[in-house]
Design a protein around this ligand. Structure first.
Ligand SMILES: NC(=O)c1ccc[n+]([C@@H]2O[C@H](COP(=O)([O-])OP(=O)(O)OC[C@H]3O[C@@H](n4cnc5c(N)ncnc54)[C@H](O)[C@@H]3O)[C@@H](O)[C@H]2O)c1
Ligand SMILES: O=C(O)C[C@H](O)C(=O)O
Ligand SMILES: [Mg+2]
Length: 606
């Protein structure tokens, strides 16, 4: 298959761009076993080919007469879908943005529900246009409106009412094998707060990225909603709300539910990888500590985000034209001390300690952590133990200092937001960044979705100046600067790492996800961009190359699992085989194991 040829690509821009080229291969794919016949196949999006079933297959599978006589090729079906999408775009011009976004989501979701092969093909080939719909930011809007948008189930729902039943319930899932699970309890959906059961949209969107970026087989992914209630009064009052109408479980009661789910999932699928997503900070940290040595799991908001941010921070050092070793001298203000902000600060501090050969305590010197009560200092009375390590001496700057006060005093190289609060990098804060000690100050407004970003790209370039490096969690368009140059907008989103972390972990057959594997992922992303790109302020690859970067990250993660001695192998490939693979062999192995959407001949088996 031509697509497969991206395996051996070098890092040249041309080669990377090739990864997104549309091609309809003529190679014959392997067969796919199906246990259904007739109309049941047409109603199963895993196997359905709509009008694309060849006549012989229609005969073999009892489909004759159930479809219009003409066979339409995959390519024609693809073109037809794209044409209806473009016509929807034309017809909704001038309508409010939310209305248009939801209309686009609906048309994609209908295809997802009907024909997954075609869905993933259009998603992969148009990832730049479609990721903002099925993923951030539109997925946030979908979650907010989920109870009204709900038509068909996707994934599994385990609620507090299922206590004691989960071990048998898990066998209700129709697939024999599950590789990737993304689970949420809906308690902190993007920057939108507690959305209860409606948060299921997040695992669905993340797993769509797993299929498109990491080539995980869509028949082997499982979105999970753990419904332990909600504290969102509006949802509790909504008669159409689809979740449990009770306040969230807390303490031991909560942990018992999640323990039971983890036992059930790993009993049925011992080799699965579980990604925790959008849990409120206290549970994000607690579950990570509780499970990370016991199960093959990671928390994307804490660990994936940290790696993506670290790669960006290292990129900003290169963008300043300075050697990477200068990272240890960068002054970094992190606004938001929750699951993401603390995860980022911790990983960046560890990197400084490693690079400078100093203790982690000494490495915190250049980091400033701000939460909703302002600068965190040792004077803080009720302090989160995880934030304590980064608390400043109030003699340096007062306890509770505002963002603008801290920026004016510190003149940081980087101002990084993970607060979930839209617009808190106001004009005063951004203007203060003009006095930064860096020749290319960096502003990372990483909160999602778009309205929750700490500032817009336009405001950042307008107030902080054209020489900044800018990144945001949700996509913004590049900015045309007054001097005719382009202000590049990077998307600092954990989507650049989690698919590769999951893929590398899976194909290594790693027992757990180690810090070494996460560090390897971050380093791989950090070294992906060329000096020329970084000099222009481009810190992350284009999303069009997400399959390529994911392959590379996956290989780095797998190799780290081997060197950490926790790789047990996958399928026929044992730990010894993995340890004998060169870097190139590893990339080829990863690529060979990535699913690609193409119609396979269906073979019926009782
Ligand atoms: N770009 C990415 O890849 C990425 C990854 C993870 C999280 N995020 C985003 O980061 C945001 C935060 O996520 P989280 O899991 O850390 O949430 P969280 O609720 O755990 O933490 C939020 C933090 O922000 C602080 N905060 C609130 N209001 C503030 C204010 N006015 N000024 C300063 N600090 C304030 C809180 O005190 C808390 O420490 C969300 O919007 C989420 O979407 C982005
Ligand atoms: O979901 C995203 O786009 C990134 C991140 O996981 C978040 O919670 O905001
Ligand atoms: Mg998240």
């Amino acid at each position: 298959m031509m697509w497969r040829s991206i395996a051996g690509f070098s890092k040249s821009v041309a080669a990377r761009a090739h990864g997104s080229r549309r091609c309809f291969s003529t190679a014959i794919p392997g067969p796919c076993i199906v246990h259904k016949r007739g109309a049941d196949i047409l109603h199963d999006p895993w196997f359905n080919k709509d009008t694309g079933f060849p006549l012989t297959e229609r005969d073999r599978l009892g489909l004759r007469g159930l479809l219009p006589p003409r066979v339409i090729s995959f390519e024609q079906q693809y073109d037809r879908f794209i044409e209806s999408f473009r016509s929807l775009e034309r017809n909704t011009q001038g309508q409010p943005e939310n209305v248009v976004s939801l209309a686009k989501w609906r048309i994609l979701n209908r295809l997802h529900d009907r024909n997954e092969t075609l869905y993933y093909r259009v998603l992969m080939d148009n990832i730049k246009d479609f990721a903002p719909i099925i993923y951030t930011p539109t997925v946030g809007l979908v979650c907010q409106n989920y109870s009204g948008l709900y038509r068909r189930p996707r994934g599994m729902y385990f609620s507090a009412k299922d206590k004691g039943e989960m071990m048998s319930m898990i066998y209700n899932w129709p697939a024999q094998q599950v590789d990737m699970i993304v689970i949420t309890d809906g308690s902190r959906i993007l920057g939108l707060g507690d959305l209860g059961v409606q948060g299921i949209g997040i695992p669905i969107g993340k797993l769509d990225m797993y299929v498109s970026a990491a080539g995980i087989n869509p028949q082997r992914v499982l979105p999970i909603m753990l419904d332990v209630g909600t504290n969102n009064e509006k949802l509790l009052q909504n008669p159409l709300y689809l979740g449990l109408r009770q306040p969230r479980l807390e303490g031991e009661e909560y942990l018992e539910i999640i323990d039971e789910f983890m036992e059930a999932a790993f009993t049925r699928w011992p080799k699965a990888v579980v990604q925790f997503e959008d849990f409120q900070a206290k549970w994000a940290f607690e579950t990570l500590e509780r499970y990370r040595k016991k199960f093959c799991m990671f928390n994307d908001d804490v660990q994936g985000t940290a790696g993506v941010a670290l790669a960006g921070l290292l990129g900003t050092v290169r963008a300043q034209g300075r050697p990477l070793s200068d990272f240890v001298n960068q002054k970094i203000v992190v606004v938001g001390a929750g699951s993401a902000g603390l995860g980022v600060t911790k990983m960046a501090v560890q990197a400084v300690a490693r690079m400078a050969g100093i203790s982690e305590i000494d490495a915190t010197k250049n980091f400033y952590l701000i939460d909703k009560d302002g600068l965190v200092t040792t004077e803080r009375t009720k302090i989160d133990p995880a934030a304590l390590a980064f608390a400043k001496n109030p003699a340096e700057i007062r306890e509770g200092a505002t963002i603008v006060e801290v920026v004016k005093k510190v003149k940081p190289h980087v101002l990084l937001g993970l607060s979930g609060v839209g617009g808190i990098f106001g004009e005063d804060v951004l203007k203060a960044m003009r006095e930064s000690d860096s020749c290319k100050p960096a502003i990372f407004a990483m909160s999602n979705p778009t309205l929750n970003a700490e500032c817009t790209a336009a405001d950042a370039f307008k107030h902080a100046g054209g020489n900044i490096v800018f990144a945001s969690g949700s996509p913004f368009e590049n900015i045309e600067l007054d001097n005719g140059k382009v202000g590049h907008v990077n998307q600092a989103n954990n989507m650049y790492l989690f698919p590769g972390i999951g893929l590398g972990t899976l194909l290594a057959g790693a027992r757990i996800v180690t810090d070494g594997m996460l560090q390897a992922a971050a380093e791989c992303l950090a070294s992906y961009m060329t000096d020329e790109e970084v000099q222009k302020g481009i810190l992350y690859p284009s999303i069009n190359n997400i399959r390529h970067i994911t392959t590379e990250v996956g290989a780095a993660v797998l190799r780290a699992a081997v060197s950490d001695d926790i790789a047990e192998g996958h399928g026929d490939v044992g730990p010894k085989d993995l340890s004998l693979m060169s870097k190139e062999d590893t990339v080829n192995y990863i690529t060979r194991n990535m699913w690609f959407p193409i119609y396979s001949p269906l073979v019926h088996e009782k």
